[in-house]
Design a protein around this ligand. Structure first.
Ligand SMILES: *Cc1c(COP(=O)(O)O)cnc(C)c1O
Length: 409
């Protein structure tokens, strides 16, 4: 019997590889080198005619088990894991784009992703940033040399929701690689494949790992993009099933050459975390919605950014696309100058950066993550000076709400 339920499938995913020595969980394979009985086998692995491992920078049985688990969650035709989410994003950009290409990126993205765009420009890639909550802005930005569109589902930290399905149709019509960063929603709340995404990014550090104890990132190919038509695939990767050409290039150029490999130890930790993914994501989403409603009704709060609040500009879209609102909550106080003292008055959340931990985390965004970007970029990205990001953890709602209430005064 093939189970359909997502929990059943995630929990048992690593057994599809067989059980080694009776161990119920996938072991942590620490060997960097892989030896062979015959030199022909070694040659076969290098040439891709024999399945196997040769050097841990390109993957191990433990990282492969995590890849198959992420792939199952995203409904892909293949997944590659990296040392961090940023490594997954950089590998996607730098292996699929070349000088003279153009990319359209949502202006509402994670700060470090925004920072990479400057590097891309210096390597000769044209970059347009647009308000991706409107497909018309993406359409207006397209050029004859446009190759890729990059958006986040729910943007970190402003919670803007990209017009995901309409952008998917646009990308399909123009044969553009559509890259969706699913980190905030995770495959539990949303599968980008359903809106035509070509590649899905997940920072495994966040929702999927979920315990703040390991870094990791993943790129999943949904199998929807016609790589045979894509001009930037190098000759050695233009063979076999064309649905794998993009990933073949990302694995060889992005993982083997650029080298940001995930270790087996981290892959094991992330895989264990992933077994409770849906429970954590649903619980934190329920708590976040209740806190968002509480904050919105409080006179000391000027604005709450949460996609499942009716006041959110993309509320209807969010309800249509996602099964819950996620753990990402952002708000502004009526007295913006009280931002830092307010955070100091909180007693339960950890004051610090990071997202989707078991513990709640709170940070003033403009003063920290977006400080280097400067006031002009912050304004364009919708980051108010007093914006507070609250990553809702697994604590009890009543305790978090009481803590917010006392800190608001
Ligand atoms: C954190 C984050 C990343 C980067 O992930 P790391 O694993 O920290 O490198 C990318 N995208 C989004 C939306 C994030 O929140």
């Amino acid at each position: 019997m093939t189970p359909n339920g997502i929990n059943t499938r995630i929990v048992h995913a690593d057994r599809s590889f067989g059980v080694e020595h009776g161990g119920v969980r996938k072991p942590i394979h620490t060997s960097v080198q892989y030896g062979f009985q015959t030199v022909e086998e070694l040659v076969g692995v290098f040439q891709g005619t024999v399945k196997g491992y040769n050097y841990a920078r390109q993957g191990t049985p433990t990282t492969a088990a995590l890849e198959s688990r992420i792939n199952l969650l995203e409904g892909g035709v293949g997944t590659i894991c990296f040392a961090t989410g940023m490594a997954a994003i950089c590998a996607t950009f730098f292996t699929l784009l070349k000088a003279g290409d153009h990319i359209v990126v949502s202006q509402f993205v994670f700060g470090n992703t925004n920072s990479v765009l400057g590097t891309l420009r210096d390597f000769g890639v044209q970059v347009s940033t647009v308000d991706a909550t409107r497909v018309s802005e993406v359409a207006d930005a397209l050029q004859p040399n446009t190759r890729m569109v990059f958006v986040e589902t729910v943007a970190n930290p402003g919670t803007q929701v990209a017009d995901l399905a309409a952008i998917g149709q646009l990308c399909q019509a123009h044969r553009l690689v559509y890259v969706v960063d699913n980190t905030v929603t995770s495959p539990v709340l949303f599968q980008p494949r359903n809106v035509g995404a070509s590649l899905v990014i997940n920072s495994l550090t966040k929702t999927i790992g979920g315990h703040g104890t390991a870094l990791g990132g993943a790129v999943t190919d949904t199998g929807l993009f016609p790589w045979a038509d894509y001009p930037n695939i190098f000759e050695p990767y233009r063979k076999g099933d064309a649905r794998q050409w993009g990933l073949a290039q990302i694995r060889k150029k992005g993982l083997r050459d650029m080298g940001a490999a995930l270790s087996s130890e981290q892959a094991h930790t992330l895989g264990s975390g992933a077994e409770t993914l849906t429970l954590r994501q649903r619980h934190a989403s329920d708590t976040a919605l209740a806190l968002a409603q509480f904050l919105e009704a409080h006179p000391a709060v000027a604005r709450v950014h949460y996609p499942f609040l009716p006041s959110h500009p993309q509320h209807a879209l969010a309800r249509q696309l996602f099964t819950a609102g996620s753990w990402l909550l952002a708000f502004e106080l009526a007295d913006a100058d009280d931002c830092l003292p307010f955070i100091n008055r909180l007693t339960i959340p950890t004051v610090g950066t990071g997202l989707a931990d078991t513990r709640s985390l709170v940070i003033p965004v403009a003063h920290t993550i977006f400080w280097e970007a400067g006031a002009e970029v912050r304004a364009k990205m919708g980051i108010a000076d007093g914006l507070i990001r609250f990553s809702v953890g697994l604590e009890d709602l009543a305790d978090l709400q009481a803590d917010l209430a006392q800190a608001l005064g």
